[in-house]
Design a protein around this ligand. Structure first.
Ligand code: AOF
Ligand code: ZN
Length: 349
């Protein structure tokens, strides 16, 4: 790893402190180096608050050193007036002569303009250090801006023999059946805190009455997204408690209203996925975790609109029941397996 890569790696590590709290902004880290030493560091903590470069510059005690320093930043310095002024102007104002950028900002408001402006000011700019890693860091933000849809994570748990749930016996009450252990459940809550939204289908709400919030981990609650074509979900369900925002997709107007819930009427006779995605995009939702059930997960798989799958494999054998979703072998690539019980898959289509 060369020296530029070392510092961009540090930028990425700093940026990761913002995981789950920068939406709809990306995670960005910045390091300022003079004479082989780091003299300033910063990261973007929250949308509306200062960008990484601003925090890094503020942290430098002797500002006169900036005129001889190099600023590293994992994402191109911005060029627009958003919630905060442009970072490229600040870099130019402090006459920082060397700028090293991980990757270009895909946001149409920036898209190379920050780099252009700094270059035109006479500073030396290097772009594309650990570029893939910098894009991976902001996989949600990049997917949102380049594909005009949220980054989609599928999540489910299946038994050792490939079932989501055991067979439902006639006249027997359905009890929630835990495939995963308490640690996995806590991990799922951590994941919820990292994404902007969480989606489930009708049957999951009827069967499990889930809260879909972040209880076993500190962090944000994702917006709940629920499908309910025929208004079958009871008003008393937890998904309608007003502590968290809910978006409910339905075929016709609901007979009730709920605080903090918006109802979106869509055409269930057509492919619903593009319609859902359009609403999520309009709501600036950059990532969503899909937690079931079978029909919902399988429909995203069949349309090949997903980016990542996280599959828990339990110890139990169900022998019969609801079969787990099946990913197409063509584009689903297993990236790693954790403790023999959690498989991470990426869609390399
Ligand atoms: C940077 N450094 O740390 C971040 C950047 O509304 P604003 O002013 O916060 O601008 C948000 C946009 O700025 C965001 O969509 C992305 O293009 C860029 N984010 N840029 O130079 C940062 N977070
Ligand atoms: Zn900025």
């Amino acid at each position: 790893m060369n020296i530029h890569e070392e510092y961009i790696k540090r930028c990425i590590a700093l940026a990761q402190n913002g995981l789950g709290s920068t939406y709809p902004n990306p995670m960005v880290g910045s390091v300022i180096v003079y004479d082989g030493k780091i003299i300033g560091e910063g990261w973007h903590k929250k949308a509306g608050e200062p960008h990484a470069e601003v925090n890094a510059i503020r942290s430098v005690k002797d500002k006169s050193l900036l005129q001889k320093a190099t600023i590293y930043v994992s994402l191109e310095p911005c060029s627009h007036f958003g919630k905060t002024p442009p970072c490229c102007d600040l870099i130019i104002k402090y006459k920082i002569p060397n700028v090293v950028v991980g990757t270009v900002d895909p946001n149409e408001k920036v898209a190379g303009r920050g780099i252009k402006k700094i270059t035109e000011s006479g500073a030396s700019v290097i772009v594309g250090i650990l570029e893939n890693e910098c894009k991976e860091l902001n996989k949600r933000f990049f997917t949102f801006h380049t594909k005009k849809r949220p980054y989609i994570i599928l999540k489910w748990a299946e038994s050792q023999d490939g079932f989501l749930a055991p067979e439902k016996k006639i006249n027997q009450e359905r009890k929630p059946f835990w495939i995963t252990n308490p640690y996995s459940r806590q991990l799922v809550h951590k994941w919820r805190s990292e994404e902007q939204a969480i989606l489930v289908g009708t049957q999951t709400v009827i069967d499990d009455n889930p809260k879909l919030n972040t209880r076993d981990w500190s962090g944000n609650n994702p917006t709940r997204v629920v499908l309910d074509q025929n208004n079958r979900i009871s008003k008393e369900s937890f998904v309608f408690d007003d502590s968290v925002k809910t978006i409910l997709f339905t075929k016709s107007e609901m007979s009730f209203s709920a605080e903090n819930t918006t109802f979106e009427v869509i055409d269930f006779n057509r492919n619903i996925i593009p319609q859902i995605i359009e609403v999520l995009y309009k709501n600036q939702i950059q990532s969503i975790i899909i937690e079931g059930g079978l029909q919902t997960l399988q429909s995203f798989i069949d349309k090949n609109i997903w980016d990542e799958a996280r599959i828990f494999i339990g110890q139990n054998l169900f022998e019969n029941g609801t079969k787990a979703p099946i990913l197409s072998k063509k584009n689903a690539i297993k990236t790693h397996v954790q403790n023999d019980e959690l498989i991470y898959v990426r869609n390399h289509d």
